[in-house]
Design a protein around this ligand. Structure first.
Ligand code: FAD
Length: 430
């Protein structure tokens, strides 16, 4: 029971089943057909940035890690820039300003870290920079420059997120660095993080609501990735008999999420997936007026018309959801502490977006970057005070990431239903 969330993860008035029915019958089928369309299939990304945090020795050489890139000629969508440069230029200008302000905030944050961080009236001036963009330009992710020659198009339908065999120290380092250095850190081991962050009181060593929300989101994304690799798993051919195949792997799923096999943590992790889903659902709901004005341009008039109808249909379903997340509970009050917390929240998320460049499996890096950008875009929508002004802009890449990231969470919830049927047992979700 955790639909009507007012900020607290356990503050709820309806059941997981309600969300399952809503997603599996209404949202998932619509998203599936929308995401197969050209506008959403082609994602422009720079996969060659390199890890900014530690030297990397070897990139994954497993065949399933490989990403097939598209040449410009293969991409059946026209770039807006070539056609309506005014609109696109305005967006690029917005990102330039947002990036500059973010850099200023980071510099200030570093300076403050070296000083006493307690906030006093005299410190007011120090926060001028933050106040200047507070609520207006939260830049959650490092955005690849879409015009850069290093950015390339990837056809997502030819590079599905699935089992790649990326295991061991490299992904563990990434997850560890995300949870221990970039989620808000209580001093506990990785194994016990879920338990710790699950606390819903502000007493003792429990974290405040915003910090717990941050963890639930990241954990929900982690769950979604691991559900997908279990749902689309590579079974090798058995010594000379038959061919290798891709299929659901119930065993893999249970090993990761069964309460008994995960020291009780699996159900909590599954719940975090639903939490991330609700956050992105609400972001789309909030962005309906903005998205309804967007023309989802591909250069093919009839394709664009059909796509727009499909998007409006999905958005009206999203609007009809009765128990949307109430993001106003977060960063409530106009205090310096809340402003600082918000800036830290943005900065930690921004860091995670950079860690994605350290993922050594190309395909995992592709989907990791896309999903973090999609989640960051959702947060940008939720925490922008007014998205109806021209100050607020989303690039094509952000929109593609937003819908695809939501599509991943939706497809994970759908996959849980498949595992429920395969096991013939209820799946415990905390
Ligand atoms: P991991 O999933 O590596 O988890 C490490 C530790 O984190 C666990 O021991 C546990 O203590 C804790 N943990 C696990 N799940 C959660 C959770 N939901 N919330 C909180 N804590 C948790 N592999 C693929 O096959 N295909 C992919 O597309 C893919 N994409 C990836 C994308 C990224 C960004 C990363 C970092 C990894 C990706 N991987 C992918 C690898 C995959 O996520 C696992 O790391 C890998 O399968 C090894 O799993 P594991 O059982 O060792 O635990």
């Amino acid at each position: 029971c955790f639909c009507k969330l007012k900020g607290e993860v356990n503050d709820c008035s309806c059941k997981v089943e309600t969300l399952d029915l809503f997603n599996n019958n209404k949202v998932f089928p619509r998203l599936k057909s929308l995401l197969a369309r050209n506008y959403f299939r082609f994602f422009r990304v720079n996969l060659n940035k390199g890890c900014p945090f530690w030297p990397q020795d070897n990139r994954c050489s497993v065949r399933d890690c490989h990403v097939e890139l598209c040449s410009e000629e293969e991409v059946p969508i026209k770039r807006k820039l070539e056609v309506e440069s005014g609109h696109e230029e305005q967006k690029q200008k917005y990102f330039k300003v947002a990036n500059e302000i973010f850099e200023e905030s980071c510099a200030l944050e570093t300076e403050l870290s070296a000083l006493d961080k307690s906030i006093s009236a005299e410190r007011e001036n120090d926060f001028q920079t933050w106040r200047r963009h507070d609520g207006e330009l939260p830049l959650f992710c490092e955005i690849d420059d879409e015009q850069s020659s290093d950015a390339e198009y990837v056809d997502l339908s030819r590079n599905p997120e699935r089992y790649t065999g990326y295991r061991g120290s490299s992904p563990h380092r990434i997850w560890k660095s995300i949870y221990e250095e970039n989620c808000f850190k209580p001093e506990v081991s990785l194994q016990n993080l879920s338990k710790h962050y699950g606390k819903d009181t502000d007493s003792g060593d429990a974290l405040c609501l915003e910090k717990r929300v941050f963890f639930h989101l990241i954990s929900g994304l982690h769950t979604s990735i691991n559900v997908h690799l279990s749902d689309n798993y590579h079974f090798s051919a058995k010594a000379g008999i038959g061919a290798s195949s891709w299929d659901h792997n119930l065993n893999e799923f249970l090993t990761r999420f069964d309460p008994e096999l995960t020291n009780g943590q699996g159900p909590e992790r599954l719940k975090n997936l639903y939490f991330a889903y609700l956050i992105e659902l609400r972001a789309l709901d909030k962005a309906v007026p903005y998205l309804s004005q967007e023309d989802f341009y591909t250069g093919d008039q009839s394709e664009d018309g059909d796509l727009k109808d499909g998007i409006l249909d999905l958005l009206s379903v999203i609007r009809s959801f009765p128990d949307h997340y109430n993001e106003k509970e977060l960063f409530k009050g106009n205090t310096m502490e809340k402003k600082q917390l918000k800036a830290e929240f943005v900065q930690h998320f921004h860091n995670i977006s950079r860690i994605m460049d350290c993922v050594e499996c190309d395909k995992c890096r592709l989907w990791g970057k896309l999903q973090i950008l999609g989640m960051g875009t959702a947060l940008k929508i939720l925490f922008s005070e007014d998205i109806s002004t021209s100050e607020f802009q989303l690039t094509r890449t952000e929109i593609v990431a937003l819908f695809n990231a939501f599509g991943r969470l939706s497809s994970s919830i759908y996959a849980i239903e498949t595992f429920r049927k395969l096991s013939g047992q209820p799946i415990k979700i905390a």
